[in-house]
Design a protein. Structure first.
Length: 94
């Protein structure tokens, strides 16, 4: 009887470990971005924070065709390389 209880306790312990690992994977996967050919795609919130601009200004950049974007089922994404190009093209040196 004791060996059955020990085996049951061991199985329950391993299930808890598996559930903890599963939760960690789910939390990590929230931060993964879709990528294409190693290109990173950023959300509007990320781009707004990166450029220190409002979401409305970001929308104006889209409207004025200053910043290319991809729209998939209502979700708007921006290539990280396009953001860097925008910054490089508008850099004013001394």
């Amino acid at each position: 009887m004791q060996s059955i209880k020990n085996a049951t306790d061991e199985i329950l312990s391993r299930l808890k470990d598996i559930n903890a690992i599963k939760k960690n994977i789910q939390q990590i996967s929230k931060y993964l971005r879709p990528s294409h050919q190693e290109e990173k795609y950023l959300t509007g919130v990320e781009v707004s924070r990166l450029l220190h601009i409002s979401r409305r200004t970001l929308q104006q950049y889209r409207d004025d065709s200053m910043l290319p974007f991809v729209k998939i089922q209502g979700k708007i994404l921006y290539k990280e390389s396009d953001i860097l190009n925008l910054l490089d093209n508008n850099y004013k040196g001394k």
